[in-house]
Ligand binder design. Structure first.
Ligand SMILES: [Zn+2]
Length: 172
């Protein structure tokens, strides 16, 4: 299955990105992929998003997921378009949205996942757009909907930020 190619329906990003917002699948696809397995879920999620939400593009710029033995980061929505969420205030519109595949209300992420998502996407985005570590937010932190637990309660923000700090302090 191929989702129709309709970039004209996406909101163009015209401001410099100021925040990075972290998700898992729980806020939009919690029923689909509870646990990240070794298979690829990006296309399943993309098709589900089209069929059930009638959306032409995924609501994340990147997804980090386990493929085979290791974690890979896949670009989904191009950075030239915003991701819009009804429950997130407009001040956060210039945000890069990054999801970790799976529902982390069910199972805790592996240390390797924190490391790979930090290394393969976040550290370089922070540097490129001059985004401070204090502007990395969890979806639940910025949502107006207090029932949102995204990423799930077992996603350890402190452990995640510790991995990122170790990457951004490296200077060569
Ligand atoms: Zn979310």
């Amino acid at each position: 299955m191929r989702v129709p190619f309709k970039p004209v329906y996406l909101k163009k990003a015209y401001k410099k990105f100021m925040y990075i917002i972290i998700h898992d699948y729980s806020c939009k696809f919690g029923t689909l992929n509870k646990v990240d397995t070794k298979g690829i879920s990006v296309q399943d999620v993309r098709n589900y998003n089209w069929i059930w939400y009638n959306e032409f593009e995924l609501p994340y710029h990147f997804i980090c997921e386990k493929i085979g033995q290791d974690f890979e980061t896949v670009m989904c929505r191009p950075l030239s378009y915003y991701c819009e969420y009804e429950d997130i205030p407009s001040v956060y519109l210039p945000s890069v949205h990054i999801a970790i595949a799976g529902n982390y209300n069910v199972i805790a992420p592996e240390q390797r996942a924190y490391q790979q998502i930090g290394y393969r996407s976040i550290a370089s985005i922070m540097r490129w757009f001059s985004i401070p570590i204090s502007n990395i937010k969890m979806h639940w932190e910025v949502s107006a909907d207090k029932t949102i637990h995204c990423p799930g309660d077992l996603f350890d923000k402190d452990k995640f930020l510790a991995n990122i700090r170790s990457l951004i302090l490296v200077k060569r």
